[in-house]
Design a protein. Structure first.
Ligand code: SAH
Ligand code: SF4
Ligand code: F3S
Length: 447
């Protein structure tokens, strides 16, 4: 039997693509192993969003001077971006395939198995999406569903439109069918995925938009939580907030990447909204009936970002009071429009801005979390941390809660993983909460 190893870098779309690739290989009779050394086929599913991410695959490939009988494949965004140049940098690579060509994987694998030295899947002009009932999901309770692939935006700093190709939405019936199948298989949480889920357009005659699809998935019997990521502010409509209001199954958390608080920088980034338009959407979220947690992505040190522009990002942070942020130093990327704008801000200055931003956000998060102490939160239990002796759960608002449970202090003869429990919050940190499985709910929860 042939053995494969796969390592995944990058975003949740990549994580889920790897689940689909893994399922495809298992169905072909391969078995999965935990180290590249034990494998006949080594796959790296790569990310190219920033230079650091891209360099990871080359450092992995350098660990092996040659194939030594092993086959190597580079998948994902670096594969699409670099194409056949990968063979020059790492001559022992045998397969280079971008995500828009994963439908061709069985055919490409047949060629490799038949002795071909170098095979590629680099087409981007496909209308198709990569769907397979074979996906082998890593988490037994939370499942990803891809609803839209590719991206039609042209954010000046971003490689994704080049690495994942044009937008293709999946028919609503196919998404709903997968949601039902997952519920039947025991999954209770679904996360809808796409680089820009808001521009979802059902290609079938039903013609659903994203808010209808979100509502449809959330009506699947057995599904208790539905999340979605990522939203582009330009395409984020009020109907999404109304769907969250109408159906408590839709988690009260929205990730709405802002990138910068300065309209001048947003314009240079080609983000298609102003600071004011972004804040209008935040207003919709804050006006919802349930408190909706808001998270974002920020890039510091984009070409031409002045001290004043940066201050505007800091003031936006203060105004929105995000529940969490992901922040990055600008990294110039191949093929992107922003290359023409240069990269004037020295790395130390980017680092200084990043530190200031993150410290400011830390204070905001600390304050927001402290306000939750004493309350009760419902968590979906994800696992147990043996080092701390606490269970790990996640709230609908996507906050991590580490907690103890008198009813089941440790996973012996059973587990709390996969359960929905009520936890009393006793302590707050900047990145997580701590608590106790609420006594009043414990008996009922564990029935
Ligand atoms: N589709 C999503 C983002 C995908 S990339 C969206 O539109 O929001 C995830 C994040 O990486 C982006 O939101 C951005 O903050 C960051 N990013 C993308 N390109 C980058 C670059 N060249 N340098 C630094 N950060 C970048
Ligand atoms: Fe990149 Fe912009 Fe598309 Fe997001 S919306 S993937 S940042 S081009
Ligand atoms: Fe990275 Fe590609 Fe995702 S560049 S962030 S893996 S879409």
């Amino acid at each position: 039997m042939k053995r494969f190893y796969i390592e995944t870098f990058g975003c949740q779309m990549n994580v889920h693509d790897s689940e689909k690739v893994t399922g495809t290989l298992l169905a072909r009779g391969y078995s999965q192993v935990d180290t590249p050394e034990a494998a006949d086929l080594v796959l790296y599913n790569t990310c190219s969003i920033r230079d650091k991410a891209e360099q990871k695959v080359y450092s992995r490939l350098r660990q092996f001077k040659n194939g030594n009988g092993r086959l190597f494949g580079v998948l994902g965004c670096v594969a699409q971006q670099e194409g056949e140049r990968i063979f020059e940098r790492a001559p022992h690579v045998n397969l280079v395939c971008g995500s828009a060509s994963y439908n061709r994987l069985p055919e490409l694998l047949s060629q490799l198995e038949g002795g071909a030295r170098r095979v590629t899947g680099l087409g981007l002009d496909t209308e198709e999406t990569f769907e397979t009932p074979l996906a082998r999901r890593d988490n037994p309770h939370r499942a990803y569903i891809t609803i839209i692939e590719g991206c039609d935006k042209t954010c000046a700093y971003c490689v994704v439109p080049f690495t994942r190709g044009p937008e293709r939405s999946r028919p609503s019936a196919s998404v709903l069918e997968e949601a039902r199948r997952l519920a039947d298989a025991g999954y209770s949480e679904i996360q809808l995925l796409g680089q820009n889920v808001n521009s979802y357009r059902d290609p079938s005659p039903a013609g659903w938009d994203f808010a209808s699809l979100l509502d449809g998935v959330a009506r699947t019997p057995g599904i208790r939580r539905v999340r979605f990521t990522t939203s582009h502010p330009r395409d984020f409509v009020k109907a999404i907030v109304e769907a969250i209001d109408a159906n408590p199954v839709i988690c009260n958390h929205v990730h709405l990447p802002v990138q910068s608080g300065s309209t001048r920088v947003l314009e240079r980034m080609q983000r298609l909204y102003t600071r004011e338009q972004y804040l209008e959407r935040i207003g919709w979220l804050k006006g919802a009936r349930r408190a909706i947690a808001i998270s974002t992505d920020v890039i510091v040190g984009f070409a031409g970002e002045s001290e004043e522009d940066f201050e505007q990002t800091l003031s936006l942070l203060k105004e929105v009071e995000y529940d969490s942020i992901f922040s990055f130093k600008y990294s110039p990327r191949p093929n992107t429009p922003a290359l023409g704008l240069g990269d004037h801000i020295p790395d130390e200055e980017k680092g200084r801005r990043l530190t200031i931003l993150q410290e400011k956000q830390r204070t905001i998060q600390m304050r927001r979390h402290a306000a939750l102490v004493g309350g009760v939160e419902e968590v979906l239990v994800e696992g147990y941390n043996f080092a701390t002796g606490q269970w790990i759960g996640r709230t609908s608002q996507n906050r991590i809660v580490n907690f103890t449970s008198a009813a089941m202090p440790a996973p012996e003869g059973g587990t709390l993983a996969g359960r929905y429990l009520r936890v009393r919050v006793t302590r707050a940190g900047p990145n997580s909460l701590a608590g106790e499985h609420a006594e009043d709910g414990a008996a009922r929860d564990l029935l």
